[in-house]
Write a protein that binds this ligand. Sequence first.
Ligand SMILES: Nc1nc2c(ncn2[C@@H]2O[C@H](COP(=O)(O)OP(=O)(O)OP(=O)(O)O)[C@@H](O)[C@H]2O)c(=O)[nH]1
Ligand SMILES: [Mg+2]
Length: 252
Amino acid sequence: MIQLTIIKITEYGPWTLTLGSDREHELQMLQAHLYREIQKLFSAKNCLVFSNRFDEFFVITNGLTLADHVEIQKQLQKVSSLKLSMSIGYADNPYDANLKAYEGKKTPVILDKEHSIFGFVNGQTDQKVTIMHFDVENITSQRKVKSPYEISSIIFGIYARMSKFFLSKKSLSFFMGGDNFMVVTSDDAKQNAQEFLEIAKKEFDVTFNCGIGTGNSAREAVKLATKSLDTIREIRDSKKETKPEIYELSCF
Ligand SMILES: Nc1nc2c(ncn2[C@@H]2O[C@H](COP(=O)(O)OP(=O)(O)OP(=O)(O)O)[C@@H](O)[C@H]2O)c(=O)[nH]1
Ligand SMILES: [Mg+2]
């Protein structure tokens, strides 16, 4: 079961216009600051924030109650002059959780009017989340033959393909910077990862390593996914056995 909270800036579009045309630098600083504060508050409660389009945030909030969300909203009101809404959804897979959160906001299903919180909360029942950490094998070698912008262009092409592929598996993909991607997923993680590794090789000539982690909070799942990825590197660097491309760890 995945619980997802979508955080959006209220009336952001009209507000940006009030800054005049010389506003882009201000908006970039504001979005970066907001991301920092949101990540700080949610990670302290074992969640993880994915920055979606810079002005909207997807938080995997397994284990968080409505009261936890209210507490974070109060903290955010202190550090930002912008008003934020939160919509919460939960389901067996991340895509459906995103649909429930969307529906909660659109209908709307109000959970806390004063703090602009909408949707459906699962809270502390049935916690299990699986996250994949994908990382390009030896991107450093590419840097020797391709310019920084050419590498970015390849990375974004892969991201587009990855997002489409995993959406068809009801999973959500996020670009984390560098050559790193994370996919919030549910069942069949290993099989889907295997399928995507083959697509990346065939269509982009890129080899990925994939660490998979399952935990009862997003932070724990990501910790295990990254540990899995580091384990692949350790096996590779020890040169004792053939490196696996996928490695899985679970706290269950
Ligand atoms: N978001 C995120 N970025 C990372 C992480 N580790 C490394 N990076 C970024 O990824 C870039 C590439 O580093 P690596 O993936 O270690 O380099 P590599 O040559 O591909 O080496 P291998 O992945 O070990 O094959 C770094 O410059 C960082 O920007 C991580 O755990 N999370
Ligand atoms: Mg790499």
